[in-house]
Every structure is written in structure tokens, then in C-alpha cells.
Design a protein around this ligand. Structure first.
Ligand SMILES: Cc1cc2nc3c(=O)[nH]c(=O)nc-3n(C[C@H](O)[C@H](O)[C@H](O)COP(=O)(O)OP(=O)(O)OC[C@H]3O[C@@H](n4cnc5c(N)ncnc54)[C@H](O)[C@@H]3O)c2cc1C
Length: 370
């Protein structure tokens, strides 16, 4: 097992999953646990524990109301449902903290996200399926798209395929691009799978079930990631240091952000007039605007809806620091190495891939008021 990072990976941090993870760790295994929502699973977060906490509150109310039968005089009994819910939340949080503590104590690495089983650890061109994904060999899988229900799409560049990994663990090829896919990182799949956009080096391509594959625009330098916003594709071009807006109807591209340069970003100025050195990652948060992640620039940026760029976290090549601190702690010190992509989980935490130093990191979302 020397080539594997973990001996055991557990999907799901409910009572079944976290107990299995602890047992495996206690038996000397190196364990990872992947949880897409909250540690403790149904039981702790929305099942046994919260229901019992609310039942306990209801029981206190009932006893108090019937106190007179016991010779105890209580006047003006009323209840505050908000406070009952707040107590329930405190109980859940405390117990969830207990599970987190158990994970740390048993040196179990917890990953916050949806887990899936795929790949064979060997390069190849696995069957087009539907096939159990853990038996499907891939070749340079380089791009990823995740649908809201947890279905995962993989840009298997070496095999020039887009494959679907469903939530039952089965992998199915959606199509093969006969022109090949090179350096493909960007992938976007419409929820009904009737439209797919993907990047292949200087080409932005499209696939539909009726029309097959076609190049929408082949004039980029070296594309990174892409998202779809309305009737436009927003694509990073790491070779040109530009973020492009591409019209999905005719493939025409216009510069959205970046002046093509490689200088440092000037905080608080227009993103269109700034250098976005080796820009690769892009994510559109629900509040609008875009998060951008630069590779050689090693910066996480937010471009607001007025097009003004804000430095979120600064970095430099091979830098990696600041774990456990607020991200603006010691602002002069570089916190990130070269970034490859930025995304967001369902709780609003930012996820960043730090390529040169080899980390996936999370910037926790913290609500400032309850
Ligand atoms: C209202 C209610 C009250 C209950 N009361 C009781 C009770 O009093 N006593 C009792 O014994 N039982 C009770 N139960 C049942 C109990 O909650 C379940 O039996 C128990 O939670 C099952 O544990 P589990 O680990 O198998 O699954 P879950 O607790 O459901 O945990 C599964 C976890 O896996 C995660 N997950 C799923 N897919 C993925 C993926 N692909 N990647 C990463 N993570 C993933 C989920 O987010 C979840 O956290 C209650 C259930 C409900 C709904």
C-alpha cells in the first residue's frame, strides 16, 4: 500500500461512518473520512439528537403545566420556540464537536465534500459502462464538474472522453471527442446533460447529443477553467492571463478581466486593467461577481459586481502558511502557493487547490451575526 495516501477511506460521517473510521484507526490504519454535510450524520444533526432535545423541552413544558396537580404553584407558563430551537442547536453543535474531537484524537483526516469511488490507480481506457467506477481505468483525468445532486463528471483527457460518475458509483461515458482533448481542465455540464462545454488547450468546445462535438472558438492561448453565466461562458486563459466572456450562440470572445500582463494586482482597481498572472480558477458565488485564482500570481481574488478586484489572500510560489488563522492574519506574509482552482461548498466555504505545495485548503465561511 506504499503508493496510497490512506489505507481506508470512509464515505459519510454518520454513526456508521465515524465509528468505522475510529475502529480502522484504532487497528493501525491510516484513515480518511469524507463527509458532504456535517459530521454526525442524520442521527446527530437532524435525527435522534435534535428530536430528543426538542422532546425534552416539550416534556418540561408539560410537567410545568401540570405542576399544580403536584401541589406546585406556577403562574403564567408560556414557551419560546426560538429558545427551544437555539438550545437544540447548542446540543447538536456540542456533540458534533465531540465527534470532531474523536476524529482528531484518532488522527483521522476529515474531508468536507462529496466522496466518490473512481479510478484503478493504473492508466488505461476503461469501459464506457455503466461500470463500477473503481474498476474503470482513466488516462490523465484533468477536469471535473459536480452537479447539485452529487453526480460527478470527469474530463478524461487522455481518452478524450467525458464520463459521468453517478451517485450509485457507476461510471458511464457520455461521449468521445474524435479530435482528442489536450490539456483540458475546464468542464461544465448542464443539469439535464444535453449541453456540455469543455476546454482543450486553445479550443473551447461544445457537445450536444444531436450535434456531437464542435469547436466554439479555437483562438485562445491555453484555457484553464470555465463556468457558465447566463448565455455566456466565462473562461480563464492561463496562457494569455485573461478571463474571457464567450458568447454561447456564436463563440465570439471579449475580454472580461485582465490586461494580459504579469504584474501584481492593484487592490481596489478595475479587474479589466489588472494583470492576472496565469489565471486558472474561477467561481461565481451566489452574491454575484467572481472569485479568481491565479497560478504563477498565487493570488485568490474577488471581482465584485462593479468589476473591481479585491485581494482575498495573497501568496507566492511554494508558500504555504496560515492554517487555523483568519485569512487576513499577518497580511504581509504569503499564505498560498500557486493556485489551480477555486470552488465553494454548500456551506459557503471556499475550497482552493494549491498545486506547487500540494494542498487542498478551505477558507471557512463564518457568519458574523447569528
Ligand atoms: C427524525 C429521526 C429520528 C431518529 N431517531 C433515532 C433514535 O432515536 N434512535 C436511533 O437509534 N435512530 C434514530 N434515527 C435513525 C438514525 O438517525 C440512523 O439510523 C442513523 O443516522 C444511521 O447512520 P448512518 O451512519 O448509517 O447514516 P447517516 O447518519 O445518514 O449518515 C450518512 C452520512 O453520509 C454522508 N454522505 C452520504 N453520501 C456521501 C458521499 N457520497 N460523500 C460524503 N458523504 C456522504 C451524509 O451527509 C451523512 O452525514 C432517527 C432518524 C430520524 C430521521
Amino acid at each position: 500500500m506504499a503508493d496510497y495516501q490512506y489505507d481506508v477511506a470512509v464515505l459519510g460521517g454518520g454513526p456508521g461512518g465515524y465509528v468505522a473510521a475510529i475502529k480502522a484507526a484504532q487497528n493501525g490504519k491510516k484513515v480518511a473520512l469524507v463527509e458532504k454535510s456535517f459530521l454526525g450524520g442524520t442521527c446527530l444533526n437532524i435525527g435522534c439528537i435534535p428530536t430528543k432535545a426538542l422532546l425534552a423541552a416539550a416534556e418540561v413544558l408539560r410537567s410545568t403545566k401540570s405542576a399544580r396537580d403536584f401541589g406546585v404553584n406556577v403562574e403564567g407558563v408560556s414557551y419560546d420556540f426560538g429558545k427551544m430551537m437555539a438550545r437544540k442547536e447548542r446540543v447538536v453543535k456540542q456533540l458534533r464537536g465531540g465527534v470532531e474531537f474523536l476524529m482528531k484524537k484518532n488522527t483521522i483526516t476529515v474531508y468536507n465534500g462529496a466522496g466518490a469511488l473512481t479510478g484503478t490507480h493504473a492508466i488505461g481506457n476503461g469501459p464506457d459502462g455503466p461500470t463500477v467506477a473503481s474498476t474503470v481505468a482513466l488516462n490523465l483525468p484533468n477536469g471535473l464538474w459536480v452537479r447539485g445532486d452529487g453526480t460527478v463528471y470527469v474530463l478524461d483527457t487522455g481518452n478524450a472522453k467525458v464520463r459521468r460518475l453517478d451517485t450509485n458509483g457507476l461510471m458511464t461515458t457520455l461521449f468521445t471527442d474524435s479530435k482528442g482533448i489536450s490539456n483540458g481542465r475546464g468542464l461544465w455540464v448542464k443539469d439535464d446533460e444535453r449541453l456540455i462545454y469543455y476546454a482543450s488547450n486553445s479550443n473551447l468546445r461544445q457537445w450536444t447529443p444531436g450535434g456531437g462535438t464542435k469547436t466554439l472558438n479555437g483562438n485562445f492561448n491555453n484555457l484553464g477553467n470555465l463556468i457558465v453565466s447566463g448565455t455566456n461562458i466565462v473562461a480563464t486563459d492561463r496562457g494569455a492571463n485573461i478571463v474571457w466572456l464567450v458568447n454561447t450562440n456564436n463563440g465570439n470572445s471579449t475580454v472580461l478581466f485582465g490586461n494580459g500582463g504579469t504584474n501584481a494586482v492593484v487592490d481596489g482597481t478595475l479587474a479589466a486593467t489588472n494583470s492576472l498572472y496565469d489565471v486558472r480558477g474561477i467561481w461565481q458565488p451566489p452574491i454575484g461577481g467572481y472569485f479568481l485564482a491565479t497560478g504563477l500570481g498565487a493570488q485568490l481574488l474577488y471581482v465584485d459586481t462593479a468589476g473591481v478586484v479585491h485581494m482575498v489572500v495573497n501568496g507566492s510560489s511554494n508558500a504555504h502558511a496560515g492554517d487555523g488563522n483568519w485569512f487576513y492574519h499577518l497580511p504581509a506574509s504569503a499564505k498560498f502557493g500557486q493556485l489551480r482552482s477555486v470552488s465553494m461548498d454548500r456551506q459557503g466555504n471556499l475550497l482552493i487547490v494549491e498545486n506547487d505545495v500540494g494542498f487542498v485548503r478551505r477558507i471557512d465561511f463564518r457568519r458574523l451575526t447569528p
